[in-house]
Design a protein around this ligand. Structure first.
Ligand code: PEP
Ligand code: MG
Length: 756
């Protein structure tokens, strides 16, 4: 059964033609489950009907022609109830709807299961037998499992199909929309530049060959290169290899010499496919075949095939010259690697679209700092086929559009224009005081990481740096920067803002912030080796970093040091010991630095309850609302599937924020907040209402926040925030805040809040 499941999922997964592959799938299920009929109906939103997409056992003529409304027959009933229907004799059910010409008459028993993806019914899958009698529980369970697996791939294949002109009902759709999570506000229109992970067979997608002969030559050359590489390696290592290892080389070379593999690829290329996807399709077939073999030894050969495939693919990819990222491109990919951070910082990128990640992934945070419209977690986007295509990114709503109609284009062009006007209006606030309408000063600081953040922040009139994410310069290198290199980077930040304070956070790697040269592979990275935990386990890294910071601050005295991911008081004590030692060491070396202010980030729930204890040891605390939200709500900030339940305005988070600010006041230490909540105008109003007077945010949000804060009264904000603490739903919190601002006469669009 597991084998059948795998085969079916693989079939749909690798499809270029959903309808064709569903025909294969129903055939496989019919044979594998020993039934007379298997059919798939999919819901078509264009015609508002279920359409028979594939059947093995009923009339083939009916495919694509038989359709049912959402109230018709047993199919509609299953779709409506969203649960399986297992009937001994379907014809006796009151909802049975006879369809002439479908050829259902001989079949009595019916099992129909809904195909549901992200709470949405995509269709219904049925199996039928002529003998009356309910299907076994195990059969029902299997079909439920199968449809759950199929749902994701059908959704993806539908989306892909829509783009390649293979959409279910035919006809070219306009304004094809893919939904993700809004990562950074703004709208951009531009051409896609696809970032493909190298040598990954699973990421290669179908593309028609521009020149079949050229693709054939490329493929033969790639094969020949791998063959000669392997032969050369074998000869070089012959004396050092064990016989079984040598045999493996022979197997590899043998596979490449055997024309079976090569011929299959050539056949696909001759049918009009480019070499990369032809190779990937054939290799996937081989891998699948080996994986399904019972024998352990042979099953392991699947890994060899994958390796071999990757080697050939890397040569094919090397033959395609790397296209430089054009100006004003929209970067599209599974994830955005630090290698393109330079292009992002240079302001050449119009927008970012990622198929993974969520609003508080670090890519999105970086994009917000640079004011680049960004959408994360567009899981269904068939990104590999988008190279060069024109896209529209709506970073307010988290939508990507493709094949834009004239009306939609005009709509988005107007938004772009209005945005530019709004930004220009906000510029006038740069030199105005950041205070509420009743004169309560709110210090607005910036979060930085890239060197270019400095200029952007100064242009916005920031009161200093509330969070310098030191991991960003670490991510842009291929090794840990030396003490001198770090000192230079830190000096540039400190000098740029002096005498304003710069809060430097000790390296916070782990979670979704990884360094290629220091990989941390864990099942549960956000609950694993992160932030201060890593640094305390590597005191040599801690020491180099703190020494670099202290040296950089010489003569400026505007350095503050912050510890990330603190869970316990003992971690603070250990970190303080290293910082004291660094000061001592440097003094002994004749560098007369003084102890900087040291603070703790409150971003782990335990820290919320330890603020008073911290207050006796350190100089300030800063709330990391991004992680605090993730850990309080148990929602991975990087996972688009649960993005809808990640909300820093959740009442539970608000209660924690209130506890922290009160405890800090009681403990007599300053408190700030440097998570993304501070840069959200609704969040900023709430925070001021809860008692926060120091907020740190992306520079791109600073003037928007200043604008709203200058229009509100602090007592009014206090009353509103106190009321929010009694609500029980984050959505109600947001609508209450919007309503309150509207009633106070503050136009929401002026502060970048579009109508929901
Ligand atoms: C936070 O967690 O809120 C924070 C500011 O840190 P980061 O987003 O870098 O984890
Ligand atoms: Mg954090």
């Amino acid at each position: 059964m597991l084998h059948l499941l795998r085969q079916v999922v693989e079939e749909v997964n690798s499809t270029r033609d959903l309808q064709a592959s569903l025909s294969t799938v129903v055939g496989r299920i019919r044979a594998g489950m020993n039934v007379q009929v298997c059919s798939v109906f999919l819901w078509d939103a264009h015609v508002n009907r279920y359409v028979l997409m594939a059947t093995d056992g009923l009339s083939a003529e009916a495919i694509g022609k038989v359709t049912l409304t959402q109230n018709e027959g047993l199919i509609a009933l299953v779709g409506k109830r969203e649960e399986p229907l297992n009937l001994s004799d379907a014809t006796r059910h009151p909802n049975y709807h006879h369809i002439p010409g479908l050829g259902e008459e001989p079949f009595k028993s019916l099992l129909a299961v809904p195909i549901i993806h992200h709470r949405k019914v995509l269709g219904v899958m049925t199996i039928q037998r002529s003998e009356p009698g309910r299907f076994e529980d195990t059969e029902e369970a299997f079909m439920v499992t199968l449809s759950a697996q199929l749902a994701g791939v059908i959704a993806h294949a539908e989306a892909t199909g829509a783009l390649s002109g293979l959409n279910l009902m035919g006809g070219e759709q306009l304004d094809v929309r893919f939904a993700g999570v809004a990562g950074s506000q703004g709208v951009a229109i531009g051409n896609a530049h696809v970032l493909v992970p190298p040598s990954d067979l699973d990421s290669v997608r179908y593309r028609p060959a521009r020149d079949i002969n050229a693709e054939l030559v490329l493929f033969e050359n790639a094969l020949a290169k791998v063959r000669s590489e392997l032969t050369a390696t074998r000869e070089r290592l012959r004396s050092e290899l064990r016989p079984e290892e040598l045999a493996l080389f022979n197997v590899y070379v043998g596979i490449l010499e055997d024309r079976a593999l090569g011929d299959s690829v050539v056949e696909l290329i001759n049918q009009g496919e480019w070499a990369q996807s032809a190779l990937a399709t054939v290799m996937r077939r081989y891998i699948d075949h080996f994986e399904s073999i019972e024998d352990d030894y042979l099953r392991e050969r699947a890994a060899d095939m994958r390796d071999l495939g990757r080697r050939v693919l890397s040569h094919l990819q090397a033959s395609v010259p790397e296209v430089a990222i054009p100006d004003h491109a929209i970067l599209v990919g599974e994830e955005i690697s630090p290698t393109v951070f330079g292009d992002l910082a240079a302001g050449r990128i119009a927008a970012i679209v990622c198929t993974t990640g969520s609003a508080n992934s670090h890519v999105a945070i970086l994009a917000r700092a640079l004011a680049i419209p960004t959408i994360m977690g567009v899981q269904e986007l068939p990104w590999q086929g988008l190279q060069g295509e024109e896209l529209v990114v709506d970073g307010y709503r988290g939508h990507v559009y493709y094949r834009l109609s004239a009306e939609k284009r005009q709509y988005f062009e107007t938004i772009c224009k209005e945005e530019a006007e709004r930004e220009a209006d906000l510029e006038s606030l740069t030199d105005e005081a950041s205070e509420t309408s009743d004169g309560v000063a709110i210090s607005l600081m910036v979060n930085t990481g890239l060197q270019t953040d400095v200029v952007r922040s100064q242009n916005k009139g920031a009161d200093g740096v509330g969070l310098f994410r030191t991991e960003v310069p670490f991510m842009m290198r291929d090794r840990f920067p030396s003490e001198d290199e770090q000192a230079k980077i830190y000096r540039a930040q400190l000098e740029a803002f002096a005498p304003l304070p710069v809060t430097m956070r000790m390296l916070d790697v782990g979670g979704d912030k990884s360094l290629d040269y220091f990989p941390i592979v864990e099942d549960n990275p956000f609950l694993g080796w992160r932030g201060i935990r890593v640094m305390l386990d590597h005191p040599e890294l801690f020491m180099v970093q703190i020494r670099a910071m202290l040296r950089a601050s010489l003569g400026l005295n505007n350095l503050k040091v912050m510890l990330p991911m603190v869970t316990s008081v003992s971690e603070v004590e250990e970190a303080l010991a290293i910082i004291h030692r660094a000061v001592l060491e440097l003094n002994e070396e004749g560098v007369s630095v003084t102890l900087p202010e040291v603070g703790v980030m409150v971003e782990v729930p335990s820290a919320v309850y330890l603020v008073k204890e911290f207050a006796t040891q350190i100089d300030f605390i800063s709330v990391g609302s991004n992680d605090l939200t993730q850990y309080l709500l148990a929602v991975d900030r990087n996972n688009p599937r649960v993005a809808n339940i990640y909300d820093s305005l959740h009442p539970a988070v608000l209660k924690a924020l209130k506890m922290v600010v009160d405890a800090a006041h009681e403990g007599g230490i300053p408190v700030s907040l440097c998570g993304e909540l501070a840069g959200d105008p609704l969040g900023a109003v709430t925070l001021v209402g809860l008692g926060y007077r120091n907020l740190s945010m992306s520079s791109s949000n600073l003037l928007r926040v200043k604008s709203v804060l200058r229009q509100i009264d602090s007592d009014w904000a206090h009353t509103i925030a106190s009321g929010l603490l009694h609500l029980d739903d984050p959505k109600v919190v947001r609508s209450t805040l919007r309503l309150a601002l509207r009633k106070a006469g503050i136009p929401l669009t002026d502060i970048g809040i579009l109508p929901s």
